[in-house]
Design a protein around this ligand. Structure first.
Ligand code: SF4
Length: 70
């Protein structure tokens, strides 16, 4: 299951606090922009999901549908 950060929920006006939560260093951020989760590094531990105060980390439905239909 791939995860993504919903730009409609993330205010993108601060240094993302979940970057330091990720044990795989899979989350990166340019300045105060939208953080990005690297699927190739993510271990799907879900620590970031429970740590985001905006509940902005969500399942990447586009990736999920690609997996299911192929
Ligand atoms: S699920 Fe875990 S490994 Fe994946 S991005 Fe979130 S904190 Fe990192």
């Amino acid at each position: 299951m791939a995860l993504t950060i919903n730009p409609n929920l993330c205010p993108q006006n601060h240094r993302c606090p979940i970057i330091k939560v990720c044990p795989m260093e899979a989350i990166s951020q340019e300045g105060k922009g939208l953080p990005v989760i690297d699927d190739s590094k993510c271990a799907e531990c879900m620590d970031c999901v429970s740590s985001c105060p905006m509940q902005a980390v969500q399942q990447n439905l586009k990736s999920f549908l690609h997996t299911v239909t192929n």
